[in-house]
Unconditional design. Structure first.
Length: 224
């Protein structure tokens, strides 16, 4: 599901269900030694996905430790992103020479809890969601917007090392003609974007899909 949203240079591995499919490295174990069972399963399974992606890229499996704000620290020469929600985990990795950054996210395709949309959506985004609901009544646009903002942040943070608030990216979602279960989105950055080479990035581009009760989003940032 995630792989179809990403260019061919990216390797994505996903798991439905959250069984512990591989042991943790000792240095990873420290981070979940006192975690509840659900948190431990997700932590373990998403790293098993990431290590399988490393193998597909010809990189020996290595520990993936949380860094600042929980962002994963990848082996030299690799970039990646991970996501998990109830019953689903995925990791996407790419060589740093092929992309500047990427972010993925998956969520249950269900309404956001009360009050969350007001906290994360700009007025213009809420108006677009109303139009989207008319055009695609089966789509949970609120959850899709939330997921897109998560993917934007995951692509943003490795490039900047800074927090990006929900209100600092204005996202416009579109569906593919004739296919209400997939589409694209554009995130206009409302604060100065990352500098790549001599180019200031002003927006991110992403893709989305809905399948098997999940909504998934992905953002890729090319090199200049």
């Amino acid at each position: 599901m995630i792989e179809e949203l990403l260019p061919g240079t990216v390797v994505a591995v996903e798991a439905h269900g959250t069984g512990e499919t591989a042991p943790l490295f000792p240095e990873e174990e420290v981070f979940v030694a006192r975690a509840v069972a659900k948190r431990r399963r997700e932590f373990t399974t998403v790293r098993a996905c990431a290590r399988r992606a490393m193998e597909k890229l010809g990189v020996p499996p290595q520990a993936i430790l949380p860094g600042e704000r929980g962002a994963p620290r990848w082996p030299d020469g690799l970039l990646g992103s991970m996501t998990h929600c109830d019953g689903y985990c995925a990791a996407a990795l790419v060589r740093a020479t092929d992309l500047a950054s990427l972010g993925i996210d998956a969520e249950q395709h269900a309404p956001l809890p009360d009050g969350v949309l007001d906290a994360v959506a700009l007025p213009a985004e809420r108006e677009r969601l109303r139009r989207l609901a008319t055009a695609l009544p089966g789509l949970r646009g609120d959850r899709l917007l939330f997921s897109a903002k998560e993917s934007v942040y995951k692509a943003w943070y490795p490039l900047t090392g800074r927090w990006l608030d929900f209100s600092e990216a204005d996202i416009d979602i579109t569906a593919e003609p004739g296919d209400p279960a997939r589409g694209a989105f554009r995130a206009e950055l409302l604060v100065p974007g990352p500098l790549l080479g001599d180019r200031r990035v002003g927006h991110f581009e992403g893709r989305w899909t809905v399948r098997r009760g999940l909504v998934a989003t992905a953002v890729t940032v090319p090199h200049p």
